[in-house]
Design a binder for this molecule. Structure first.
Ligand code: UDP
Length: 344
């Protein structure tokens, strides 16, 4: 199988390519990204062909690769809430406009697309568990700019669905629910306060800065360890008996639900027990901060976000295995190892 991954150096991209290279000796991956710092040894593997490039610029290369590939996985996107409120137009340009052009090429050559939708499309749905083919997708008013990402991704889903169900391409949309793990976000992103919550909290602990609980931290997420997520993605790519054809599939771990406050407590406890930090004299305090102060006026939070994974279980014969504490321990250990010598 020939696979094209755009955004292969991103969090999901590099974990996916590593797994493919480990388990599938007859799959060839073509990958593009702006950088390659997370790709490590993969760069030397003859099954992997990497181009350093930009999806807005290297259009001819992309068209050539789309034409010769069996599956296209467009992972390029801005996916951090701070950016949604700071630069909604950049989110729209990349997450919608650039990606819709890729989809049009897949239509032109009748390709299979495995596209990252997001748990964020369910928005503020009040369903206790979000269901792919039933839940309403609920977003706030226009002046709450946070919702631009959710709307861009929802429209991408609808465009792909429209093309797919009319026979112009074949698709599977997958919806990750707060995937975590090694190399989720960089220390640099966290220094600026623009990383996702788990890496933001770990970085605060490392830098000895306060951990901020936005609006008290009662909001809940279901954190999913990246290896579990990638296992589900591998089943989607295998697509035995075309089982994933034109399906939307949540990939998350409902058992790992916890509040942001509980998350802060778990990470602080793990940090205090870590051999490099057990003798630190002081540790970050956990403090409350208003959403407006932390993110600005355009932010609105999501209070619960829990997936139904019945579809993933049935179609992929998949079950997430890594529990909450273990997911956090692995993510924290890797972040601390990676930034051991960083000047902070
Ligand atoms: N959050 C927080 N403190 C931080 C960063 C995030 O309390 O330093 C909260 C944020 O308001 C949200 C949750 O943590 O409710 C998850 O944020 P994340 O950035 O990981 O993305 P989301 O799950 O909202 O897409």
């Amino acid at each position: 199988m020939n696979i094209l991954i755009l955004g292969v150096n991103g969090f999901i991209g590099h974990h996916l390519v590593n797994r493919i290279l480990k388990e599938k000796k007859d799959w060839i991956v073509y990958g593009m990204d702006l950088g390659s710092d997370r790709l490590g040894n993969a760069l030397h593997n003859p099954q992997f062909h990497f181009l350093e490039g930009d999806i807005g610029i290297n259009k001819e290369w992309i068209e050539l690769q789309v034409k010769r590939s069996d599956v296209v996985i467009p992972l390029v996107a801005i996916a951090t809430p701070k950016m949604y409120v700071e630069d909604p137009i950049a989110v729209y340009n990349l997450d919608f406009e650039m990606n819709v052009n890729i989809i049009k090429q897949c239509v032109k050559y009748h390709k299979r697309v495995v596209f990252p939708s997001t748990s964020e499309v369910y928005g503020a749905s009040s369903d206790p568990e979000f269901k792919e083919d039933e839940s309403y997708l609920v977003v706030g008013p226009i002046n709450k700019e946070r919702w631009i990402y959710s709307c861009c991704k929802q429209l991408m889903d609808r465009v792909i669905y429209g093309y797919g169900t009319r026979g112009h391409l074949e698709f599977t949309l997958f919806r990750p629910f707060n995937w975590v793990g090694p190399r989720l976000d960089s220390l640099y992103a966290a220094k600026e306060g623009s990383s996702r919550v788990v890496t933001q909290f770990i970085a605060e602990l490392l830098m000895g800065r306060p951990i901020n609980l936005v609006d008290g931290g009662m909001q809940k997420r279901c954190f999913t360890y990246v290896d579990d997520g990638i296992s589900a993605l591998m089943e989607i790519l295998e697509n035995k008996n075309d089982i994933c054809k034109n399906q939307i599939i949540n990939i998350g771990n409902p058992e790992n639900e916890c509040s942001v406050k509980e998350l802060a407590d778990i990470l602080k406890k793990l940090f205090m027990k870590h051999p490099d930090h057990v003798n630190d004299k002081t540790y970050s305090e956990i403090i409350n901060i208003s959403a407006e102060k932390f993110y600005g006026k355009g932010y609105q939070d999501i209070y619960t976000r829990k997936p139904s994974i019945e579809k993933a279980r049935k179609l992929l014969n998949w079950e997430p295995k890594i529990g909450l504490e273990e997911s956090m321990r692995l993510t924290l250990n890797s972040f601390l190892e990676e930034n051991k010598d960083a000047s902070i």
